[in-house]
Design a protein around this ligand. Structure first.
Ligand code: SF4
Ligand code: SF4
Length: 95
């Protein structure tokens, strides 16, 4: 199956600028993540924000890389998703 993700997405992401918020704006309920079979968030996120650690049985959230695209919010109702604080988060200008 063909997808529309450019081959050089890592290079494109490298150019994106962020102003990291002090607190995480993406908060999944880990007890529900434990029961989640597909863990689609780890697949759908273009910025690789979500990773599931099988040893620790915990979903890690690298929120500072979030592009605020909203894809994870659409596919999973278990994520308490808000925008970063005013002036924080991703900045696509000149990227
Ligand atoms: S955030 Fe949602 S999709 Fe991701 S592991 Fe948890 S329940 Fe599953
Ligand atoms: S909003 Fe988009 S970039 Fe941010 S964590 Fe969700 S899928 Fe990834």
């Amino acid at each position: 199956m063909e997808n529309n993700i450019p081959e050089n997405i890592e290079n494109k992401l490298y150019k994106v600028k962020y102003k990291t918020d002090s607190k995480c704006h993406l908060n999944p309920n880990n007890s529900k993540c434990l029961q989640c079979i597909d863990k689609v968030c780890t697949i759908i996120c273009p910025a690789n924000v979500y990773n599931y650690n099988e040893t620790e049985k915990k979903l890690t959230v690298s929120y500072e890389k979030c592009l605020e695209c909203g894809a994870c919010k659409l596919i999973c109702k278990n994520i308490d998703w808000v925008y970063p604080s005013s002036g924080k988060g991703v900045n696509f200008k000149n990227s």
